[in-house]
Design a binder for this molecule. Structure first.
Ligand SMILES: [Zn+2]
Length: 387
């Protein structure tokens, strides 16, 4: 017989399996699969191309339409360089808080769902549990999982993505694009600026141009979008280039991101950036060095998310939690990916985003209890006859 878990010791179990995005999540997937099998869960793996990671979709109850998906990501952010007071993968409880990497984001929520699996009986409509990989590195795993859900599962009525929102319903998040721009110039002695093409100096102009675009997005934002900040943002986070003060740099690259309110288009900004390069910067560079190049690659792209407050997913969660306030957030979630596949989506889960991704990440035990209560009510919802 399988051991039973409550949500607290299930969180401890899940956190003890290290699933930092860069490594395999298969040990966690194997544990979840084997533990839930005894309770009648049907499992479907959707693996990454190299087979080192997998999404997992569990289905419980009748194979019928009207299911609710409870969704979370299995990966967590790294701990390197963070000042943890104890081992982040040996969760501990102190002062009614459960500490450890992923307690808040978002193994606590996954644990409230999994520990309730033994109670998921006598369902009139199914419950599905969707666990993704590589969310923290650009929501890379979910698209293929959602595709399989659409292909293999009867139509579902809603998905609840349990990211930490302190149990508030989140009906919108900004869209995100992460990009890397590489500049190749022409190396000469630093005294010969008339011959060389400095990649560092060119990159500086490009960064400055992005700053101008960011300022435009800010000043052109007229409506109160409900996000904090209310406008779309552009930010360059990392820059590397050059080798010595007396060498005109051949190489420079910078990584940047855009966080767009859902009504604004990432491609519009990209187009302005690209046209500045092809019309103004490249011709200047190539007058001195025909081989000079500027290349921009998209590293990750997550669509924005916005649903009507009357969406069945939002209605469900607001009714069951009793919390009617609606929030919009500026961090990425998989909600836009579900919603774009016509699955009504809402983001709602225990814990506060303020504690996510930090040293000594924790979730308040009270939040875990709120999470448990929501899952209990969702089970009852699926046990009811349809009125
Ligand atoms: Zn998360």
């Amino acid at each position: 017989m399988n051991p039973l878990f409550n949500s607290i010791n299930m969180t401890q179990k899940l956190v003890s399996i290290n699933t930092i995005s860069k490594q395999s999540n298969l040990p966690l997937i194997e544990f979840v699969e084997s533990w839930t099998e005894d309770f009648g869960a049907r499992s479907l793996r959707v693996e990454s191309d190299d087979g080192k990671k997998s999404n997992l979709v569990l289905s419980i109850g009748p194979e019928e339409a009207g299911g609710i998906i409870l969704s979370g990501h299995t990966d967590v952010v790294p701990v390197e360089g963070q000042d943890w007071s104890q081992d982040p993968f040996a969760p501990w409880i102190d002062n009614d808080k459960l500490y450890g990497r992923g307690t808040c984001d978002m193994k606590g929520f996954i644990a409230t769902v999994l520990s309730a699996v033994p109670q998921m009986s006598k369902l009139k409509r199914p419950l599905h549990i969707a666990l993704s990989y590589d969310e923290e590195v650009g929501c890379l795993g979910a698209p293929r999982m959602i595709e399989k859900i659409r292909e293999k599962l009867p139509p579902v009525s809603a998905v609840v993505i349990g990211e930490p929102t302190s149990m508030a319903s989140v009906c919108a998040n900004k869209g995100i694009a992460v990009l890397k721009t590489r500049v190749e110039g022409f190396e000469t002695h630093s005294s010969q600026t008339h011959r060389g093409v400095s990649a560092v100096m060119i990159a500086a102009r490009l960064v400055n141009f992005l700053d101008t675009l960011a300022e435009q997005l800010k000043t052109e934002c007229i409506e109160d979008t409900g996000f904090v900040p209310p406008y779309s943002t552009i930010h360059v986070g990392v820059i590397h280039g050059g080798t010595a003060v007396n060498i005109i740099s051949r190489h420079c690259e910078f990584t940047w991101d855009m966080r767009m309110v859902p009504s604004e288009n990432i491609d519009d900004v990209l187009e302005k950036f690209q046209s500045f390069i092809t019309r103004k910067i490249l011709p200047e560079m190539r007058r001195r060095s025909p081989a000079a190049t500027i290349e921009t690659n998209l590293i990750a792209r997550v669509p924005g998310f916005e649903v009507n407050p009357e969406s069945p997913a939002v209605e469900l969660v607001q009714r069951l939690t009793g919390i009617t306030s609606l929030r919009k957030v500026s961090y990425a979630t998989e909600a836009g990916q579900f919603q774009n596949s016509d699955i009504p989506s809402v983001v709602c889960g225990p814990g506060s985003i303020d504690q996510a991704h930090q040293a000594d990440e924790y979730i308040a035990l009270e939040q875990m209890h709120f999470g448990d209560a929501l899952i209990r009510k969702i089970i009852i919802e699926q046990q009811k006859d349809i009125a």
